[in-house]
Design a protein around this ligand. Sequence first.
Ligand SMILES: [Cu+2]
Length: 251
Amino acid sequence: MNWFTLSMPPKDISTNGHLIDGLWNYTTALCIFYFVLVCIGLFGFSFLYSRKRNKTPYYTYGNKKQHIIATAVVGAAVFLTIDLNITRFASNDLLNTFWKYPDPKTEKVLRVEVLAQQWMWSFRYAGEDGIFATDDDVVTNNDLRVPVGTKVLFHLTSKDVIHSFFVPSVRMKVDTIPGRVTRIWWDANIPGTYDIACAEMCGNPHYLMKAQLTVYTEENFQKWMKTSQLMAKNTNDPENKNLAWGWKWEI
Ligand SMILES: [Cu+2]
């Protein structure tokens, strides 16, 4: 693996990840374009007005009008093509896609509650009863499993400090904040195992907040869920404080 491959993000396995990639690529391409332009100006003028080519010094106080026009044109070009456009793209993506949370009442959605804490991730699925914060919930640590091609809706919070739930393979990231429930949704379209990380510097062992995402085929997911539900029913201890962090699902 060379440096170029290493610096590339992992393969996008989601339906909407390309929107983030598009925004990223657009910003990078335009920044490179303006960088080259600035370099041409910098080195071009250094060459044109070098000592070799201009033996006699030329003193000037400049041309105020020209300077104002040049600065305004370059500033406006950068503002219009980068700032305004990425704001427009990002707002469109948010309004039309990322903030359109799937509704578990009307479509097939897997709901997951997430608790972040120094330094691990806990995931909670409603048990057989379909209700969160009951004794039959399936709870896993650093181990998130979802079915392929299904929208997954997360409600997240944190036990201690601000963390950030980051799944690079679907290009999605959201902060987890103590005392507040944040939301995010995505789908994963290729079975396999992928990384989950914390993207908020949350303490020295921040790097330990690594979890695994497993994308199953629908059949394998149902199998796993059935076994886990059975196990939860038989072994969940209502007195166990480590299991009791869930909350009633709202909205
Ligand atoms: Cu963290």
